[in-house]
Design a binder for this molecule. Structure first.
Ligand code: IMP
Length: 192
């Protein structure tokens, strides 16, 4: 059994990721590890932000760790909200406010294609590795479902007939961007 530090303060992400890992890898969140820092996401790409988070925590702890950054990229909005997904409606915006703004910006637009994209940055023995996961889908016009977080209630992944907000964590993992990126991370960890 070994522990891998996950540079996040987002409990939802830890809950989604832990069950997907092999039983001998235990994920520690920053809170679990007793680290109380708010990590900035200052850059314009998911890749740079993910690397920043893993680097900051590695510099603080000296430990191998990974981070992830995710964005919802909507075709009709030229890829917005993208890297700004968490603060689309403002710096301290709630998930509900972000969803409302997105739906307003898409009102009357029948082109609803979008994708979630996750980038995981793994700081592993002094080298940084990146893993990407993409989930294509559609933005619906009203929220459906209360599960998950973020934009889950308005996103139906391709191949499904309901939103992420209506899925259990296990169902979501069959489609999700985060699960796909994680699969690549696990392959790396179990083959290196
Ligand atoms: P972060 O910067 O990676 O923490 O995520 C940015 C924002 O993207 C979050 O605040 C959520 O609004 C949204 N987000 C990230 N992952 C998901 C997901 O799996 N489902 C729905 N929304 C998500």
């Amino acid at each position: 059994m070994y522990e891998l530090l996950f540079a996040t303060n987002n409990a939802h992400k830890v809950q989604e990721i832990q069950p997907l890992l092999p039983p001998d890898i235990k994920v520690l969140s920053l809170k679990d590890a007793g680290i109380d820092v708010e990590i900035e996401e200052p850059y314009e790409t998911l890749e740079e932000n993910a690397v920043e988070k893993a680097s900051v925590i590695h510099a603080l702890t000296g430990k191998n760790c990974f981070s992830e950054d995710t964005g919802l990229e909507v075709e009709a909005l030229n890829g917005a909200p993208g890297v700004r997904s968490a603060r689309y409606a403002g710096e301290k915006a709630t998930h509900a406010e972000n969803i409302d703004l997105l739906l307003t910006n898409l009102e009357g637009n029948s082109h609803r294609a979008a994708r979630f994209r996750t980038v995981i940055a793994l700081q592993w023995n002094e080298t940084m590795h990146l893993f990407e996961g993409i989930c294509p889908g559609t933005i619906i016009s009203e929220k459906q479902g209360e599960k998950g977080f973020g934009y889950d209630p308005i996103f139906i992944p391709d191949g499904a007939d309901k939103t992420f907000g209506e899925m259990s964590a296990v169902e979501k993992a069959q489609f999700s961007h985060r699960a796909k990126a994680l699969e690549k991370l696990i392959y790396f960890l179990t083959h290196s």
